[in-house]
Ligand binder design. Structure first.
Ligand SMILES: [Zn+2]
Length: 305
């Protein structure tokens, strides 16, 4: 007789606080002599992991997120490097899943691989998950990802009708008692997606919002996306806004140049809802003018058309 698995209640009492007091690996003066782990794993809580890729392996050093539900886990983004030798994402994720399942035994546990957007430094490890049992990898390209989420063609534009959810009703992805809300978030990339996790209160913003250079491909779409996220934050408990990179230094308005592989004075990854509002005010100030617009905690980068 099998005993039914112990079901974790991910909803009781609103967002649970966890540990973000972490020193991230941040490269080294000599990339060649870097001794950091290939992938740093930080447990926010026992069901929530934040991963960072080694900066010497790829200067983008993106962050990834692994969230466990009762029925399956979701991995959001797969990093900047395809090679499992240099970037053993599959091995690290398998280890975390094995450990979690040892503590919370259940049969037929699944893995879902989703993405914040299809840029190469967020999808490179996808192939490592090909053929993994119980695993669904949703291609990050707009057609496949939006079909999975059920976003329609006009999800990214207009539609400011329904109030509380910021103009567009989110899609929901159920991990088994842990239900993520997901929005189309064009602006940085036309296929970008933002995720909200009610268990932690995390808003996972990909490259749309992070402490760094916010490269805006479509200005008006970016403005609508930020408005939508703020409207959601007005009505829901968001604890941390977490993007996928750190490019600023701790000195306000000073970023590490692109291709930097040593960032000893990084600010925290997590941003606040107030910083999201600062981005909104910066939007008004910039007004869609092309250029590099420097603010204390982020830089808005907008190309000439
Ligand atoms: Zn990107």
């Amino acid at each position: 007789m099998d005993t039914p698995p112990e079901l974790i209640d991910f909803t009781a009492g609103g967002p649970q606080s966890g540990d973000l007091d972490v020193a991230w690996i941040h490269g080294s003066e000599s990339a060649k002599h870097n001794t950091d782990q290939d992938i740093q794993v930080h447990a926010y809580d026992e069901h929530t992991f934040i991963l960072r890729q080694n900066m010497a392996v790829n200067y983008e050093a993106p962050f990834m997120f692994l969230l466990f539900g009762n029925a399956r886990a979701v991995l959001i983004d797969t990093g900047a490097t395809a090679s499992a030798d240099f970037f053993p994402l599959r091995r690290v994720v398998d280890g975390l899943v094995d450990t979690w399942l040892a503590a919370h035994p259940r049969d037929g546990y699944g893995l879902l691989v989703l993405h914040t957007h299809p840029h190469g430094d967020h999808v490179a490890g996808d192939a490592q998950f090909a053929g993994r049992p119980g695993t669904v990898v949703v291609d990050a390209a707009r057609d496949s990802a939006w079909e999975f989420f059920g976003f329609s063609d006009d999800s990214g534009d207009g539609g400011d009708s329904d109030g509380g959810d910021g103009g567009i009703r989110p899609a929901h992805v159920d991990l088994g008692g842990r239900v993520l809300a997901c929005w189309p978030s064009p602006g940085h990339h036309h296929a970008a997606v933002t995720f909200y996790d009610p268990h932690t209160g995390f808003l996972l913003t990909g490259d749309t919002v992070y402490p760094g250079r916010l490269y805006i491909q479509d200005w008006s779409a970016f403005v609508r996306t930020i408005d939508r996220l703020i409207a959601f934050c007005d009505t829901h408990p968001v604890t941390h806004v977490l993007g996928c990179h750190i490019e600023m230094s701790r000195q306000p308005g000073v970023d590490y140049p692109i291709f930097t592989t040593y960032q000893p004075y990084e600010p925290p990854l997590q941003m606040t809802v107030e910083q999201l509002r600062q981005i909104r005010r910066a939007i008004d100030e910039v007004g869609g003018r092309p250029g590099r617009h420097v603010f204390p905690g982020f830089i808005l980068c907008l190309d000439e058309d």
